[in-house]
Design a binder for this molecule. Structure first.
Ligand SMILES: [Zn+2]
Length: 328
């Protein structure tokens, strides 16, 4: 059986369009009806014409025209004869680049994940970015009493900061350049926020840590400045937690990495093998199902799928938008 869907094609930089497309369900494939789709920071880079180098993630070349989208979830409507893990009616989270800006998408079994019982479908559809950020928050190595600095108050940074507080950090500091994001971080439990355009982050971190530097710094902003600032503010033998995906070459001052014996923790769930991801996603989403981490306030803007041009225009121009979602 085939299914007709609208699906987003990124024809070039700043040029996105919904086109009609027939989806065929092969023996080893699954067709999913979307519930909700999120715009990821990486989608924004694609939209701006910054294509990443080809990685294991992509089943298509990272060049235009590009079938865009990876953050969504919904209900299985068709399964191929060789599919054993899923059946029609199952609720699933997508963990793959399956051209998800669409009414329906096709995936292989390893690109999906069952929705944990009790998880709201709006959050389940954002299960990939939520699980990734939660995995980082849970694996950041934060200990009771730590001073933790989170660089970047975007979707992931806000979740990671909440986890750090819940894990017993004495002080959680969130740094960003946008007041709106900092205000939200304070509402969601950050102890201190720093506007990098107006305040001196070094002074704040050193005074809160009695001159030592932060025990843990999580890099969730993804810029050269952010990486270099993180490097400067970690204490001797402290932890540098990677989260961001930086797709363009940057210049780093890494002398301290060696000289101060920094510990590096790569907390990128989605770039682990899919088998590891399969194991780690349920425990990563558990605190969200339990209501211990607050996600809904991070969904700042909602559009209809038909308004995809407006949605991407907003994503490009308004940095205060944290998570923009599209509803088919
Ligand atoms: Zn993403």
């Amino acid at each position: 059986m085939t299914v007709t869907t609208r699906a987003a094609l990124l024809k070039g930089a700043y040029d996105i369009e919904l086109v009609e497309k027939e989806l065929v369900c092969e023996d080893d494939e699954i067709i999913v009806k979307n519930h909700l789709i999120g715009i990821c920071g990486s989608d924004k880079s694609f939209y701006r014409g910054q294509m990443p180098p080809k990685t294991a993630e992509f089943r298509q070349e990272p060049k235009f025209p590009f079938w865009l989208g990876h953050e969504s979830g919904g209900t299985v409507v068709e399964v191929g004869s060789k599919v054993s893990q899923y059946k029609v009616g199952d609720k699933v989270i997508c963990f793959g680049w399956c051209n998800n800006y669409a009414d329906y998408f096709v995936a292989k079994e390893f690109q999906l994940q069952p929705v944990p019982e009790g998880l709201d479908m709006d959050l389940a559809a954002l299960g990939e970015p939520i699980a990734c950020a939660m995995y980082s928050g849970l694996h950041s190595g934060v200990q009771l009493g730590d001073v933790v600095l989170v660089m970047g108050g975007g979707f992931a940074g806000q979740i990671i900061a909440q986890c750090a507080k819940q894990k017993g950090a004495d002080k959680v500091i969130v740094a960003d350049v946008l007041e709106g994001k900092l205000e939200l971080a304070r509402k969601l439990g950050a102890d201190v926020t720093v506007n990098l355009k107006k305040e001196n982050l070094h002074e704040v971190v050193y005074s809160l840590s009695k001159g030592n530097g932060a025990d843990v710094v999580v890099e969730a902003a993804g810029s050269q400045d952010s990486f270099n600032t993180a490097t400067e503010l970690i204490k001797h033998n402290g932890k540098f937690v990677f989260y961001s995906w930086v797709t363009q070459p940057i210049t780093l001052n890494i002398s301290r990495w060696h000289d101060d014996g920094l510990e590096f923790i790569n907390t990128c769930l989605v770039h682990h093998t899919w088998r590891e991801r399969y194991v780690w996603t349920p425990p990563s989403l558990r605190p969200v199902v339990q209501g211990n981490v607050n996600i809904k306030p991070l969904i700042t803007d909602e559009f209809k799928l038909s308004e995809i041009k407006e949605a991407f225009d907003l994503a490009d121009k308004d940095d205060t938008a944290i998570k923009i979602v599209l509803r088919p």
